[in-house]
Design a protein around this ligand. Structure first.
Ligand code: SAM
Length: 203
């Protein structure tokens, strides 16, 4: 499900970028460890492309593929990432079916999810794809918004999200395990509203 106008403003905002740079990226790196040298990385739901920039600059990824369902977001990301041409590719794709862009299995050292899976009605299908495209031993880094947040009146009033079959932190971690993604570490914050963590693709 695409973002509404209010969420688009919230995401395309210096405060969001600061949070991503100074909180989310360091916590994810602490929980999942650094990327291997020469890492090939996928970001699902890249939005305006700031996360992909952090993957190149902060995490030191060698190559980043970034995808978003919304062509307007992919266009923004392409503009932001133009200085990194050669190390980054941006595409339009649905995280629940990446095969049109990424037909091969086991090709990425890491997959990043900066707050996108809670936007997907059939969110388990996105985890199928994360598990499919990760190399054995590769890492899934995630930052997600839980049912606790999405059930709040403020969230329901301001933003558009799928209403049914949302997940708590525990639900999300259990689903990762069911997809062969073994949690390395996680942190639940803001009264259970957000969960950040990293999980390893088991062979
Ligand atoms: C809350 S925004 C997060 C954007 C960016 N990752 C960030 O942290 O700033 C969610 C993004 O997921 C995208 N999205 C929603 N459903 C998607 C899907 N099924 N596949 C890929 N991207 C999706 C939206 O278009 C939006 O750009």
């Amino acid at each position: 499900m695409l973002m509404n106008r209010i969420e688009t403003v919230v995401i395309n905002n210096p405060v969001r970028r600061a949070l991503q740079r100074w909180y989310e990226a360091p916590v994810l790196e602490r929980l999942g460890g650094p990327l291997p040298v020469g890492a090939r990385v996928l970001e699902i739901g890249c939005g305006p492309g700031y996360g992909a920039r952090l993957l190149l600059e902060h995490f030191g990824a060698a190559q980043v593929d970034a995808v978003d369902l919304d062509p307007a977001m992919a266009a923004r990301a392409r503009r932001r990432l133009a200085p990194y041409r050669g190390r980054v590719r941006v595409g339009v794709a649905d995280a629940t079916d990446l095969r049109p862009l990424i037909p091969d299995d086991g090709v990425y050292d890491a997959v990043f999810d900066f707050g996108i899976i809670h936007h997907i009605p059939t969110w388990r299908n996105a985890l199928d794809e994360v598990a499919r495209v990760l190399k054995p031993g590769g890492t899934f880094y995630f930052e997600e918004v839980t049912k606790h947040a999405l059930d709040r009146a403020s969230y329901r009033l301001l933003f558009d999200h799928p209403a049914h079959d949302r997940f708590t932190d525990t639900d999300f971690l259990a689903e990762l395990a069911a997809h062969g993604l073994a949690a390395r570490g996680h942190r639940t914050i803001v009264f259970g509203d957000f969960v950040l963590g990293a999980a390893e693709r088991t062979p």
